[in-house]
Design a protein around this ligand. Structure first.
Ligand SMILES: [Zn+2]
Ligand SMILES: [Zn+2]
Length: 321
C-alpha cells in the first residue's frame, strides 16, 4: 500500500521487488503494526516523507536473502529507526535516537505495508519465539518507544498514563510488573477503554481532563493532544516528570509557570536506540506482556488508519499481507 501524496488515502500498487543493498536483508513481511506515527505521515503532519512511500515500521518478517547477520528463514522485527550514520556526536555518545542523519522505516525508507521489504540488518531485532507474528508486531514501536517513555519518566510509583492505545496497553503491563500503581486517563466517557485499562492492571481509570484520584509521581502522554500537557503537569507531584511519547502533538496551550514550578519536568521522547529495543524485547516475555491486536488484511490499511484516527482500536491494529 502506497502513499502518493500526504492527505490522500493509500493506494494499492504492484511495485518491482525491492533489492537488498549492502548490509541489507530482503524480507517477506508476515505482519506490520499500524502506529499513530503512520497517521501523522499520511495526514501530512510529518512533512519529510519520501514519496511515493510504503508506510509501516512495526514489521515482523522472514529473511529471504541478503546480508550476513541472519540466515534465510530467520524471523526478525524491523522498527522505526532504520539507519544511523554512527559517526555524529549523538551516535558516538549512545544517543543514536537523536542522530542528525537518521533514516526512519516507513518514512524515509519504504516500510512494512507490503509483501516484500528490505531493511538494514544492523537495525533488525531477532524476535522471541514466545510471540506469534501478529502479537509481536506492536512490540516494535508501541512497545519499544513506550518503554523508552517509561524509563525517561523515572522510577515513579504512582504513574499516570494519558491516552490508552497501542503503547499504553503494553506499558501498563510492564509498569504493573515493576510494582508501580497505574492510573489510566482516557477520552471523557470512553467506558470501554477505561474497562480495558482496568483489565490490564490499572487501579483507576477516568477522564483525562478531570481531576486525578490522587497525586501522581509521573505521567506518560501517548495521545497527540497538547491540552494533556497542562492537565498532566497539574496532576503530578513536586519533582515529578511528564514524558510525551509521541512524535507529533497539537499545540500546547499557554499555561501558568506555577504548573511547572516545584521542579516538575516536562520532556519529549524521540525515536529509539537499538539498546532500548534489545532491553525491551528481552523483558517483554518475562513480564509477560500480552499484546491485544485487531487484524486487517493489508488491502484494508486505510480502514485500519481511519479506525485508529477515531480511537476505535482496542490495543493495536496489525496488517497482514
Ligand atoms: Zn549519527
Ligand atoms: Zn510508531
Amino acid at each position: 500500500m502506497v502513499l502518493e501524496r500526504p492527505g490522500e488515502s493509500l493506494v494499492k500498487r504492484e511495485l518491482p521487488d525491492p533489492e537488498p543493498g549492502e548490509s541489507q536483508v530482503l524480507l517477506e513481511v508476515s505482519a506490520c503494526g499500524v502506529c499513530r506515527t503512520d497517521l501523522h505521515i499520511v495526514d501530512g503532519e510529518l512533512t519529510e516523507p519520501k514519496l511515493p512511500l510504503v508506510p509501516g515500521h512495526q514489521m515482523v518478517a522472514r529473511v529471504s536473502g541478503g546480508g550476513e547477520r541472519f540466515a534465510a528463514g530467520d524471523r526478525v522485527g524491523v522498527p522505526w529507526l532504520g539507519w544511523t550514520d554512527g559517526t555524529c556526536r549523538y551516535c558516538r555518545s549512545g544517543r543514536e535516537n537523536l542522530c542528525d542523519r537518521a533514516r526512519f522505516t516507513g518514512y524515509q525508507r519504504d516500510g512494512g505495508y507490503a509483501q516484500l521489504a528490505v531493511a538494514d540488518e544492523r537495525f533488525c531485532f531477532p524476535i522471541s519465539s514466545d510471540y506469534p507474528d501478529l502479537q509481536a508486531a506492536p512490540l516494535l514501536c508501541a512497545g519499544l518507544i513506550g518503554f523508552r517513555t517509561l524509563k525517561l519518566a523515572g522510577d515513579a510509583e504512582r504513574l499516570g498514563i494519558y491516552g490508552f492505545g497501542g503503547a499504553a496497553h503494553i506499558i501498563c503491563q510492564v509498569a504493573v510488573h515493576q510494582g508501580r500503581r497505574v492510573f489510566a486517563f482516557t477520552r471523557a466517557g470512553d467506558d470501554e477503554t477505561q474497562r480495558f485499562a482496568l483489565e490490564l492492571g490499572a487501579e483507576w481509570a477516568g477522564d483525562a481532563l478531570g481531576p486525578p484520584p490522587e497525586e501522581l509521581d509521573a505521567a506518560l502522554i501517548f495521545a497527540p493532544a497538547g491540552e494533556l500537557v497542562p492537565a498532566a503537569l497539574r496532576a503530578v507531584a513536586k519533582g515529578g516528570a511528564v514524558a510525551c511519547g509521541g512524535i507529533h502533538m497539537s499545540d500546547i496551550p499557554q499555561m501558568p509557570y506555577e504548573l511547572l514550578w516545584g521542579e516538575r519536568m516536562l520532556r519529549s521522547v524521540a525515536n529509539l536506540t537499538r539498546a532500548d529495543g534489545e532491553e525491551f524485547l528481552a523483558l517483554a516475555p518475562r513480564v509477560p506482556v500480552r499484546t491485544e491486536v485487531e487484524t486487517f488484511p493489508l488491502g484494508e490499511a486505510n480502514e485500519a488508519l481511519d479506525r485508529l484516527r477515531s480511537g476505535r482500536i482496542r490495543g493495536s491494529a496489525v496488517l497482514v499481507p
